[in-house]
Design a protein around this ligand. Sequence first.
Ligand code: ATP
Ligand code: MG
Length: 244
Amino acid sequence: MNEPLLRTDTAAMLETRQVLKRYKSGSTTLEVLRGVDFRLPQGGFTAVVGQSGSGKSTLLHLMGLLDAPDGGEVLLEGRRIDNLSAVERDRLRNTAIGMVFQAYHLLPELTAVENVLTPLLIRHSIWNWFTRRRQARLEAEELLDRFGLAGRLHHRPRQLSGGEMQRVAIARALITQPRVLLADEPTGNLDEESGAGIIEALDELNRDRGLSIVLVTHDAGIARQARSIVRLTAGRVETVAPAA
Ligand SMILES: Nc1ncnc2c1ncn2[C@@H]1O[C@H](COP(=O)(O)OP(=O)(O)OP(=O)(O)O)[C@@H](O)[C@H]1O
Ligand SMILES: [Mg+2]
């Protein structure tokens, strides 16, 4: 046996245990997730693939606490998080978990820098914000600079390309310094080159900063760039490529 000498049983960054999710519409019930066991190790980078309608977004929303499962558990670093109060849930979403969506969801009236700052605005009281805002703005500018947007700080979303908007959205997800990033088809609206740029940025964050990432994608080529791949089929996950 080649057991490592120092074996620490660290909890997974994010885990689901036997998660169930069903949607009722009229008299029919759709069982979307039928006992999903998913495990993202600390510092992991896992792609979730599966057919349209297989429940990828549903699973991501449950892990990002945007929705609650009908059964099973969601755990962050070994701690159960699916049964928290609304206040605790919001706090976690503003500190530990970052989310990125296919459609960016930027606020159209705000500039790139202001969009990136919104999670911090929500976090702080007005007085607290008053004392923090200069530093926060510097951090936001630095993040945008890192994503090649130093020349776009004061552009509004309609003045940005798709790839640029997605990079702003990623910067906004990172300004709170989350431990895990959940990205739902972040390249879905982008041409191949911009998409590759986004994946490269995620890869760098994972390698250099140890950010744990779950990436939902229907693109097999993109999925292969993650360090492990799981597939959702018939409401369950199967591993198709082993974790590194
Ligand atoms: N709020 C809802 N109410 C009812 N049904 C829903 C709801 N959200 C999702 N569904 C259904 O659940 C199934 C899974 O949806 P989900 O969005 O998770 O799929 P997906 O794998 O992300 O698909 P895609 O690749 O097209 O984004 C779909 O059949 C969808 O119609
Ligand atoms: Mg989806």
